[in-house]
Design a protein. Structure first.
Length: 145
């Protein structure tokens, strides 16, 4: 599907604003989309004490929530409702309190029904914290419906 530059700009602005406003779980976890375009989406989160697990490092669910928000932004940027159907996460290093985490999602396959995305979550030093893959299902519904 091709969009004019003007419509595309409106869609990218809307998906960032829409998800930052309506994804209450991600917002309550401190996650926010900071960039989105046709090629990638970025979400960020500062690790606080509320993100820490029993080992005093960032809980895996918090990392997944951050990555999932970036995935949602990229998969929905065209304005067609896309929901997750399969995700996988590989933890590489621990994040600690105070870390600023950045989840960058890039498209692996922008299939019209089953898109696939890869996400690298890194800390403020560029150190890889986890790697996430995601697949979605594009419904025949506009985000505006």
């Amino acid at each position: 599907m091709q969009y004019s530059d003007m419509n595309y700009e409106i869609n990218t602005m809307n998906i960032q604003e829409l998800l930052n406003r309506t994804d209450r779980f991600a917002a309550n976890a401190g996650c926010k989309i900071t960039e989105v375009d046709a090629a990638h989406a970025v979400a960020e989160m500062r690790v606080t004490t509320s993100h820490l697990n029993g080992a005093n490092v960032c809980q895996g669910g918090a990392l997944f929530t951050l990555a999932d928000l970036a995935i949602a932004a990229l998969m929905n940027v065209q304005g067609q409702l896309t929901v997750g159907i399969n995700n996988s996460i590989m933890f590489v290093a621990s994040a600690k309190e105070g870390d600023l985490l950045r989840a960058e999602a890039v498209s692996v396959c922008d299939h019209h029904k089953i898109p696939a995305v890869e996400v690298r979550v890194t800390n403020q030093d560029g150190r890889l914290i986890c790697h996430v893959t995601g697949m979605g299902y594009r419904k025949s519904v506009s985000l505006s419906e």
